[in-house]
Design a binder for this molecule. Structure first.
Ligand SMILES: [Zn+2]
Length: 294
């Protein structure tokens, strides 16, 4: 009798253990996808839904320019089934190290098909700030997810179509609102809005070049002050992440008012607190551009 009880208990324990295991496996059986930085992370999460574990590589509140993974971060990233990254040199040189250390990981470049804006040989790596280019990015993300997990093809396609409709609507808003603008020139800190300028027929003037880590030159500062006065520009833009000081100085010198545009390369604590996402931040930017160009 005692033996039977023990056997029964053993069987119960085994079954419980098996159940625990299988629920753990169901989470672990989902593909693990890393997105290199915020806009790719948010757009990928929206298409992937709950079928894929999506994680972000470059932490929130950190500029994607000049970031490098630590050894600990490298160990985590290289376990991914797939890595989705922008390309256009944004993730260089670290993405090449990851590729070399992760032979079993699939890599997808989500800027594929975007016509790059170049200055000399340098590619401007900020296409996500234009809804037109973001539409190309989500097409690539959808195709990548369907390759990573073909069993959920239809599910991804449905989420993609939904997100695409929202971005097309945003593209139409950008076209409609910005084509009515009185001014065509806007002044920013670094040249993150080059694709917005190209796609919606505006002119971006930036204090520094393609990285927000660059040091502003006094000559360029006074050039911008002259331009603002000459074209009667009423607003200039600082950024959410970079120090506002040089743009404050330009605003003061020229008599313009300082506003902030969001480069959406990362999420700030403030963005997180008010539950902002890629689409809501893109709408905020349009409202501010519209105001500055009126
Ligand atoms: Zn940037």
């Amino acid at each position: 009798m005692k033996k039977v009880v023990i056997t029964t208990l053993l069987i119960i324990a085994l079954v419980l253990n098996l159940t625990a295991c299988s629920s753990k496996t169901s989470e672990a059986s989902k593909p693990l996808v890393y997105a290199s930085f915020y806009p790719i992370y948010d757009l990928t999460s929206k298409i992937a839904g709950d079928k894929v574990v999506v994680k972000n590589i470059i932490p929130f509140n950190v500029s994607p320019h000049g970031w490098e993974p630590s050894a600990k971060e490298m160990a985590k990233i290289t376990k991914a089934n797939a890595i989705l990254y922008l390309g256009m040199t944004m993730e260089e040189p670290w993405i090449n190290k990851v590729k070399a250390s992760a032979p079993n990981t699939q890599f997808y470049e989500v800027s594929k098909g975007i016509e790059p804006i170049k200055k000399g040989n340098t590619i401007n790596p900020h296409p996500w700030l234009s809804p037109k280019e973001a539409l190309i990015m989500i097409k690539n993300i959808n195709e990548a997810l369907q390759k990573i997990d073909p069993s959920n093809k239809d599910y991804f396609e449905k989420n993609y179509q939904n997100l695409k409709a929202q971005l097309e609507n945003l593209d139409k808003q950008y076209s409609d609102e910005l084509s009515k603008a009185r001014l065509k020139t806007f002044v920013v800190f670094h040249s993150a809005f080059a694709y917005v300028a190209r796609d919606y027929e505006l002119n971006q003037e930036s204090l520094v070049g393609m990285s927000d880590e660059a040091e502003p030159s006094p000559a360029r500062m006074s050039e911008l002050v002259d331009l603002i006065k000459k074209e009667s520009i009423k607003y200039v833009f600082a950024e959410s992440l970079s120090a506002a000081k040089p743009m404050e100085a330009i605003a003061q010198e020229s008599g313009a008012t300082l506003l902030k545009l969001n480069t959406i390369g990362t999420l700030s604590q403030e963005d997180i607190d008010r539950k902002a996402d890629f689409l809501s931040l893109m709408k905020d930017n349009l409202g501010k551009l519209k105001k500055a160009l009126e």
